[in-house]
Ligand binder design. Structure first.
Ligand code: SF4
Length: 230
């Protein structure tokens, strides 16, 4: 059953509860500037942040800025990023992105969604990650975790990342967009997994998914009720 839409006040309350459960949630990618975060986020497609963080120090030692990466060939980059998977297409994207930054943006990462999403290898999610974390521009990246958690909670509907981004941005002040995404991603990784750990979830009282599913016999909700009744 699809969740009825939560009112904006409930969305804020739910995000408050999840933020308290995951204080300081932020991207786990390691970076020193917008260029490094852009590279790391491109590499994180179909790869863990831990693996990306193992690869990027060597990559950044060799190619420390857009011009140096722009002078490389994809074949030179491939061995440095091989363990992140899809390394041939990622190497092409990285070099193409660096050449575009060098040729069209004076070697800088533009602080503009429309200019970021036309760079090779950069989609809307990657652009929002970089905007929100490294460029001080509000952005709300939507990944599979955000889609799963928000639909279960009923704070967004649908599996279209752009539509979910718009719903969340419409309900939250801009200065909460990036932290809301970070919190939802962390919650999806640690608690609201494909098999969710609802009893450990700070937002369970407001969760459509949890509250519309039959409880397993002797489940913790029954246990909690018995404890309350004592
Ligand atoms: S109560 Fe369960 S399904 Fe709902 S958000 Fe929390 S972990 Fe996910």
């Amino acid at each position: 059953m699809q969740a009825p839409p939560q009112p904006a006040a409930a969305i804020v309350r739910i995000l408050d509860a999840l933020s308290a459960q995951h204080p300081g949630a932020t991207t786990e990618l390691q970076y020193r500037n917008a260029f490094e975060l852009l590279v790391a986020t491109i590499l994180s497609a179909q790869c863990t942040d831990v693996r990306v963080n193992m690869v990027t120090p060597g990559l950044f030692e060799r190619y420390s800025d857009p011009p140096s990466l722009a002078r490389a060939t994809p074949e030179e980059v491939e061995p440095l990023i091989r363990s992140t998977g899809f390394f041939r297409s990622k190497a092409r994207a990285l070099v193409g992105m660096a050449r575009a930054l060098t040729d069209e943006h004076a070697g800088r990462v533009p602080a503009c969604l429309e200019q970021l999403v036309v760079l090779p290898g950069v989609g809307r999610k990657t652009a929002n990650v970089v905007l929100g974390h490294a460029l001080g521009v509000p952005g709300l990246p939507v990944d599979r975790h955000v889609l799963r958690v928000t639909n279960r909670l009923g704070i967004a509907r649908g599996d279209d990342p752009v539509a979910v981004e718009r719903q969340l941005c419409g309900a939250l002040p801009a200065d909460r967009w990036t932290s809301a995404s970070d919190t939802l991603i962390l919650h999806g990784r640690r608690i609201c997994k494909p098999r969710p750990l609802c009893d450990r979830c700070a937002a369970r009282a407001d969760c459509h998914y949890r509250n519309t599913r039959p409880e397993p016999p002797g489940g913790s909700r029954a246990t909690a009720r018995r404890r309350t009744a004592r």
